[in-house]
Ligand binder design. Structure first.
Ligand code: GDP
Ligand code: MG
Length: 297
């Protein structure tokens, strides 16, 4: 599953604590319908864990995601266990009025906070399960223009509750130059609207290689993503996950072609512990104290 990702060799001190206990990590995908959210989850899990309802022809349209669903898997590497869950959400943007389409998603995130709070209040906390959402991939349509009003609204509703990680969907439909300028445009829109996205912290007491890896990942945000579960032959005779075009194959797992590998590396290796910590120490803690205030405690 997912090949060898390297979470068993995590870079810093904090990670070693989790290594002993095993990890629970939950990511969520959010964005307009048809941007490839469900496909990306399949791609992350390498197709087998999240089979389509019926056999899928490469050209066939998937059925639409209509409810919030989670897909989980246990991964083990060098004796370290990771329980990875990805929460798929229905797309939005299909209706004339999309005003409240963020609501069920925010409610789902808060329900997970609630479940955690309930466990914290129990006497025996040893078996606490952490189902909180640690990262939210926000899918942006590859328009090359600025962010849509709907995206801004969604991100503003979400950014105080989850680590937001913006991604450019279907990056195979844009040229490298278009992606570079679109990334700049997205980041300046995000800043202009005071949206807080996950800030990858830089390591201080780490070796050069670790620092270089972290900086390389941070420089790719928003990640340009290509999802596919079809294996395609390349002109030089390899079988790769990718999308075929008359001019060639866009390879999912090739870092020259898109940022999928970097995104996966960020989630399950480089920044997993930081994503979990920020969720617990800041996002959850803020939500909890607001809740206590509103209850008059
Ligand atoms: P969702 O509504 O966001 O879950 O989108 P789906 O995963 O159901 O995908 C919608 C359509 O987009 C399907 O026909 C996919 O094959 C296609 N698709 C998914 N990912 C990509 C991608 O990275 N590039 C391109 N060109 N098409 C994609
Ligand atoms: Mg879907």
């Amino acid at each position: 599953l997912m090949g060898y990702v390297g979470f068993a060799n995590l870079p810093n001190q904090v990670h070693r604590k989790s290594v002993r206990k095993g990890f629970q990590f939950t990511a969520m995908v959010v964005g307009e319908s048809g941007l490839g959210k469900s496909t990306l989850i399949n791609t992350l899990f390498n197709t087998t864990l999240y089979p389509p309802k019926e056999p899928l022809h490469p050209s066939a349209e998937r059925s639409k995601t209509v409810a919030i669903e989670s897909i989980g898997a246990d991964i083990e590497e060098n004796g370290v266990r990771l329980h990875l869950t990805v929460v798929d959400t229905p797309g939005f943007g299909d209706f004339v009025n999309n005003d409240d389409s963020w609501k069920p998603i925010v409610e789902n995130i808060e329900a997970r906070f609630d479940a955690y709070l309930e466990q914290e209040n129990r006497v025996n906390r040893l078996k606490a399960v952490d189902n909180r959402v640690h990262a939210c991939l926000y899918f942006i349509q590859p328009t090359g223009h600025s962010l849509k009003q709907l995206d801004i609204e969604f991100m503003r509703r979400l950014h105080t509750k989850v680590n937001l990680i913006p991604v450019i969907a279907k990056a195979d439909t844009m040229t490298d130059e278009e992606i570079t300028s679109f990334k700049e445009r997205i980041l300046s829109d995000i800043e202009h609207h005071n949206i807080h996205i996950f800030q990858a912290p830089t390591y201080e007491n780490e070796d050069e290689e670790t620092i270089a890896e972290a900086e390389e990942i941070a420089s790719k945000i928003p990640f340009a993503i290509v999802g596919s579960n079809s294996f395609i032959g390349t002109p030089d005779g390899r079988k790769v996950r990718g999308r075929a075009y008359p001019w060639g194959v866009v390879e999912v797992d090739n870092e020259e072609h898109c940022d999928f590998v970097k995104l996966r590396q960020m989630l399950v290796r480089t920044y997993m512990e930081e994503l979990r910590e920020y969720t617990n120490d800041v996002l959850y803690e803020n939500w909890r104290s607001e809740k206590l205030v509103s209850m008059g405690v």
